[in-house]
Design a protein around this ligand. Structure first.
Ligand code: GLU
Length: 491
């Protein structure tokens, strides 16, 4: 029987959901789901100094909005909880595991004072190399000495006993075989002097106890992995499969930081991107499918995802590409859902008695982000000032003279017209064009310019007539006629 794959997302609630963290969550989810495995959420909140209020909620929110549903987590027990590290700590389990290692000779008590440790840092080894690792001073304490220290209540830490000789190697699925000389590895602290586990120790114990088979995380953890590996070896546990993901940089190839303005999931949502589009783009930051497909739903990603195709070179966050992907998701999305999300923007940019669902459909396939709705609809509240040259359009066979003739010709018809529906208006203007032996576009172009003062608009001339209504349309066409007369008289 093949082993069920179990992955986990183990965020520390230290801020907003960084894009790199979202990618870790996504790849962990995809790796598990591609193989019908399980995806676990574990909150690693033991570093109280870095804890940020509200950060845990931000994690839940981002996972829920993007659809990264976990099979087990703090609110979904799978039998290997608790799923919050601070709660796990209460049981004293980490101390028990540290003591197991002491019994095996794989770890030891260290009673060195902070002063001694500080002075060590300024020393050099026999070859004159600067201090790299703890000198194992306390490893040579006798059983009696240790018991005496403990009986005195002397503060201690528990350290992993890494041999000085040899090297520690591990295999990473993306970065290959990596070896570190043991002499460079510090006898890392497992239990701190306050009795709490270090983050690194708790992380390994939890991954093992929760049956995690594949560990996906950012490559900033690559250098800690030999130590993690030594821990697995010291316990005699199976080593999980490591999948370290490449760094994500900004356009200048600097680590994607808050300063870039789009480093977190929340930043992108605030800028008008869709959760599914963010997820789609993030999937491509370091991974590529076998074909050239770029637009994916989450289900499609699950099917296509092969973690062996994660890249080791830096992934550059390209905002232009993010926008394009967002636009493609707008095109494919349910109009009503788009409307629900676009409504605040529409109502912010356009004021009046309009059918906002119509406005919404006019812009849905034309914008890449929600704030771009403004540029599309900025002519509705107030007709912008525009130049008579806008009436010149080669393909439509329009120019200011022709436009003046057309507008003057259609104005009385539009005054008489009662039915201001798009279809009726289209038929009216089409008849006019036929009657005057003109191309449709020669009539539509000037009308659209007069109504909008713009080169391009969402919706054609008759849609704008319907939208603006009779009074406002007639006023704008009248204004176009006056403006053209003035300009042509001057010429
Ligand atoms: N809690 C760590 C973080 O938020 C995750 C480390 C890991 O995935 O092993 O960066």
């Amino acid at each position: 029987m093949t082993q069920t794959i179990r992955t986990r997302f183990a965020p520390s609630p230290t801020g907003f959901m960084h894009i790199g963290n979202l990618r870790t969550a996504l790849y962990s989810y995809l790796l598990a789901k591609h193989e019908d495995g399980q995806f676990v959420l574990r909150i690693e909140d033991t570093d109280q100094e870095r804890y940020v209020e509200g950060a845990t909620d931000a994690i839940y929110r981002a996972l829920a909005q993007t659809g990264l549903e976990y099979d087990e987590g703090p609110d979904k027990d799978g039998g290997v909880g608790p799923y919050v590290q601070s709660e796990r700590m209460k049981s004293g389990l980490y101390m028990d595991y540290a003591k197991k290692l002491i019994d095996k000779g794989e770890a030891y008590y260290c009673f060195c004072t902070p002063e001694r440790l500080a002075s060590l840092k300024s020393t050099t080894d026999a070859d004159g190399n600067p201090f790299q690792a703890y000198d194992k001073h306390c490893l040579s304490l006798t059983k009696e000495e240790i018991e005496q220290h403990l009986a005195n209540g002397d503060p201690f830490v528990i350290r992993l006993n890494i041999p000085n000789e040899g090297e520690t190697s591990f295999h990473d699925e993306i970065y290959g075989d990596i070896s570190f000389p043991n002499s460079e590895l510090d006898d890392m602290i497992l239990i701190k002097s306050d009795g709490f586990p270090t983050y690194n120790f708790a992380n390994v114990i939890d991954d093992h106890l929760q049956g995690i088979t594949h560990i996906v995380r950012g490559n900033e953890y690559l250098s800690s992995s030999p130590k993690y590996n030594r821990l697995y070896q010291a316990f005699g546990w199976d080593v999980p499969v490591y999948v370290h993901c490449p760094l994500i940089t900004d356009e200048n190839e600097k680590k994607l930081s808050k300063r870039s303005g789009h480093a977190s999931y929340e930043d992108l949502i605030a800028q008008g991107f869709l959760p599914e589009a963010v997820l789609n783009y993030v999937a491509l930051l370091g991974w590529s499918p076998t074909d050239n497909q770029e637009i994916f739903s989450l289900d499609e990603l699950v099917k296509a995802f092969d973690y062996h195709r994660i890249n080791k070179s830096k992934a550059v966050f390209d905002l232009t590409k993010m926008k394009w992907i967002n636009g493609e998701h707008f095109k494919a999305m349910d109009p009503e859902r788009f409307y629900q999300m676009a409504e605040p923007y529409l109502k912010d940019f356009v004021h009046g008695d309009y059918d906002y669902r119509v406005l919404s459909e006019m812009v849905r396939t034309r914008v890449l982000t929600f704030p771009e709705i403004k540029d599309q609809l900025d002519f509705i509240d107030v007709l912008p000032d525009y130049d008579a040259e806008l009436y010149r359009h080669k393909k439509s066979k329009s120019n200011p003279e022709v436009a003046l003739e057309v507008l003057t010709g259609v104005l009385p018809l539009l005054e008489e017209q009662e039915d201001y529906s798009n279809d009726a208006l289209f038929a009216l203007l089409k008849d006019y064009a036929v009657g005057h032996e003109q191309k449709n576009a020669t009539v539509m172009w000037p009308v659209r310019v007069a109504l909008s003062g713009k080169m391009s608009t969402p919706g054609g001339a008759t849609q704008l007539l319907e939208l603006l209504g009779k009074d406002e349309s007639l006023r704008r066409i009248d204004r176009g006629i006056s403006m053209l007369k003035d300009t042509l008289n001057q010429a």
